[in-house]
Design a binder for this molecule. Structure first.
Ligand SMILES: O=C(Nc1ccc(Cl)cn1)C(=O)N1CCCC1
Length: 325
């Protein structure tokens, strides 16, 4: 089988939500290549936390996995926890007849407040799934053997709907050729080595170990690369109060170029002029921030929405394919 689902941007492209049928009920989920749990708001979630969200009712067709629990936290310190059911999950026509559906019994404030988001669909490697006592597979791992090709592609866009495709590569969605690089799976992420970064034809240094993460909004780069980038924007400062680099909203924000697999790819400066940093709209928050304390680079949505990316498990050595949109 193969299929395609829309990825609809939230305000400021903060995240992208995709309609998914869970036990016959449609929920809008945040597809996240940086985690491996499929969890949903449910009838088990306290009403004080679930108001405004679509909820999965396991009673309809779910089979409880007795004694199974899950508990996940993300880089922004949001998180959720709950219990586990097996149910039918359909994404863009691709069907998992018995997928582990993790029903939330508790969610953090960030999830409670984002009423467009009804849960997450993890697309990292199942080795980092949090279900105990027995780890469960991601939707992709569950259906992988039934797909025309064991791969999915990500085509996020700035300010408009993109797509996640499962089982095939649509060559109309990218320009030029796809450049493939090997993936290191030991941390459970789609992790690879990126190369030189430049802006205004000046070297910013090398990016190095990086993950392709659709669940993270921004780009978190090595501190040296980040500071060299913002040195080229007059008025840019690293503001503790704002939580990162900000600059005058009318500044000239340079394009960011990164080499992957020997090919250069460009993130337009306008994507890096991310959002107003305050109510006056005078200062804007940067789409590139330092990866302090993370230990690797995260290439999140700001990067991905300039790219067409193939998450490829067609062979025993997973790989990532990158092309310009
Ligand atoms: O928080 C995340 N990433 C993240 C955020 C900040 C920093 Cl420094 C690093 N990573 C993330 O992937 N998600 C997924 C769903 C909700 C948030």
């Amino acid at each position: 089988q193969s299929g395609s689902v829309a990825a609809n941007p939230e305000q400021y492209d903060e995240s992208y939500l995709c309609p998914v049928q869970v036990g016959g009920q449609t929920l809008n989920l945040d597809f996240d290549t940086g985690s491996a749990d499929l969890w949903v708001f449910s009838t088990l979630t306290p009403a004080t936390q679930s108001t405004g969200h679509a909820k999965y009712n396991p009673k309809t067709s779910g089979k409880a996995k007795s004694g199974y629990t899950w508990n996940i936290s993300y880089g922004d310190n949001s998180g959720a926890s709950g219990t586990v059911y097996a149910d039918k999950v359909v994404v863009g026509g691709v069907t998992a007849t018995s997928q582990a559906v993790e029903a939330a019994t508790s969610v953090s404030t960030q999830f409670m407040q984002d009423t467009d988001n009804d849960g997450l669909l993890g697309l990292a490697f199942s080795t980092i799934n949090t279900v105990q006592p027995q780890q469960q597979t991601t939707f992709f791992d569950t259906v992988k053997g039934t797909l025309a090709k064991k791969l999915f592609t990500v085509d996020l866009k700035a300010g408009t709907a993109g797509t996640y495709d499962f089982g095939y590569i649509d060559s109309s969605k990218y320009a030029g050729t796809i450049t493939y690089v090997p993936v290191k799976t030991t941390n459970g992420f789609w992790e690879f080595t990126a190369g030189a970064a430049t802006a205004n034809n000046r070297s910013l240094g090398s990016v190095g170990d990086a993950i392709a993460d659709t669940g993270t909004t921004l780009m978190y780069l090595p501190t040296a690369v980040t500071s060299a980038y913002y040195a080229q924007i007059s008025g840019a400062t690293n503001s503790a109060a704002a939580g990162g680099y900000i600059f005058p909203c009318d500044a000239d924000v340079p394009d960011f170029h990164i080499t992957i697999g020997g090919k250069s790819f460009t993130v337009p400066g306008e994507y890096i002029n991310f959002t107003p940093a305050d109510n006056s709209g005078e200062q804007c928050f940067g789409g590139i921030q330092p990866n302090t304390g993370i230990g690797f680079t995260i290439l999140g949505d700001v990067f991905l929405k300039a790219m067409f990316v193939v998450f490829d498990q067609t062979t025993s050595a997973p790989r990532l394919g990158f092309a310009a949109q």
